[in-house]
Design a binder for this molecule. Structure first.
Ligand SMILES: [Zn+2]
Length: 422
């Protein structure tokens, strides 16, 4: 309890002040670009002790449009490029590696767009074929890529990022203690990704590839309350040397009855808090606690496997059988055996097979396989997601039944130690 205590007390007194009623309460800008909304929550001040995170927004593209509802500045490495009182939607494109911002002369990239009053920087982009407009705290970096496109990266303090994550990872109606547990898991996960992905010009994707992040327009008072109530708290475990090590806080929607081991799901060695086997029928209210049969044709399975980067699979002929070769002690499929028409057998990790087939079609690795000539039928499917670590639907159950975030985290990550990183 101590770990959440001090900030929690501050929060109770502070929330009324920092969470304004529905607007940022700044003087309205001269002109608010169409579709741009004021921020619903005024964020607390964040000093240099709060790490910055770089979030890749959507897909690289030939152009974006940007807008700011208030004073703004555009800079690059050489200094200030442009500024103004409010920025109506402005097209940003790339030409010969330089950035064209509206009708201004091309400048060397990357460029950084900021709102001087933290009113949010807005970007219009197309993601999965659908146009979207979203606002973001911090700054928007637009960087030319080696393939002649533009990449949009939101750079902002970790805590502000988290407010835009937990609101998207959990349902709106869920308990604030569930939100707090999610905030600690999301914070620790993000810090680990930030420490690892040094080969990229960003730290995390804004999607299920890492964590779903929707920017400041999706934040809620509850998501901010959870962030403030767990400010800087991360999950750790005792490493081999006895020192605390950040725990890769995997989490998933619905474990389906028992959590999975990180080692069987992702390979390698897993620390004790990720060993799996945590009993959880508490996610029973999830619409995906069990799922109806899913039919997959052997043709599409073969096509998906041959598209994989695993060399051996390129030799795969027409698929004859698909079987569960091995199960975990909890009952999930652990290894899948594919046999082709020539009798060659290929064995792959069930989690990888699920990724290849599409995680939204094969919801988990907990199923039986029935053979039906040119098709297979996944039956008795349970759970949604990889099932490792915290179970989000189970978390909501515990929160509704009076458990604190700390107790919930200790349940799903046995042996976890919560510490304040800043
Ligand atoms: Zn569960």
């Amino acid at each position: 309890m101590a770990i959440f205590g001090s900030r929690g007390i501050l929060l109770a007194a502070g929330l009324a002040m920092v969470v304004a009623s529905g607007c940022a309460c700044e003087a309205p800008p001269a002109r608010v670009p169409r579709g741009v909304r004021p921020l619903a929550v005024v964020a607390p001040k964040m000093g240099p002790e709060v790490p910055r995170i770089r979030v890749k927004l959507g897909e690289d593209a030939a152009s974006f449009a940007a807008a700011v509802a208030g004073p703004w500045r555009l800079t690059n490495d050489a200094g200030q490029v442009a500024s103004g009182d409010a920025l109506d939607w402005t097209e940003v494109t790339v030409q010969d590696g330089k950035v064209l911002f509206g009708s201004a002369a091309p400048v060397a990239g990357p460029v950084e767009l900021r709102s001087d009053r933290d009113a949010g920087v807005w970007i219009r982009q197309t993601v999965n074929g659908t146009a979207r407009e979203r606002g973001y705290r911090g700054l928007l970096r637009l960087a030319p890529t080696s393939t002649g496109l533009l990449r949009a990266i939101n750079v902002l303090p970790m805590e502000a990022y988290l407010a835009g994550v937990v609101a998207n990872e959990l349902l709106k109606s869920w308990h604030v203690e569930a939100y707090k547990a999610q905030a600690v898991a999301a914070r620790t996960f993000a810090i680990i990704q930030r420490n690892q992905k040094t080969r990229y010009d960003f730290d995390v994707y804004d999607s299920v590839l890492d964590q779903v992040y929707g920017g400041c327009g999706t934040e809620t008072r509850k998501s901010w309350e959870a962030v403030q109530g767990t400010w800087g708290v991360v999950a750790t475990y005792r490493g081999p040397s006895g020192n605390p090590v950040l725990l890769k806080t995997y989490y998933s929607s619905t474990c389906g009855g028992e959590t999975a081991s990180a080692a069987s799901m992702f390979g390698g060695q897993a620390p004790a808090p990720l060993a799996g086997g945590v009993q959880c029928t508490y996610c029973g209210k999830s619409p995906r606690y069990t799922w109806p049969p899913v039919t997959l044709s052997k043709q599409e399975i073969g096509d998906a496997l041959r598209r994989s980067t695993v060399k051996d699979l390129a030799r795969l002929g027409r698929v004859r059988t698909v079987e569960v070769a091995e199960r975990t002690s909890g009952g999930r499929a652990d290894q899948i055996r594919i046999t082709d028409a020539a009798g060659q057998a290929f064995i792959l990790r069930a989690g990888y097979w699920r990724t290849l087939m599409g995680p939204s079609r094969v919801l988990s690795t907990w199923f039986d396989i029935g053979d039906a000539a040119d098709r297979i039928i996944l039956k008795n499917g349970r759970g949604c997601g990889h099932g490792v670590g915290l179970c989000q639907w189970g978390t909501e159950y515990w929160a509704e039944h009076g458990k604190t975030a700390e107790e919930i985290l200790r349940y799903y990550y046995p042996g976890v130690e919560l510490v304040k990183a800043y």
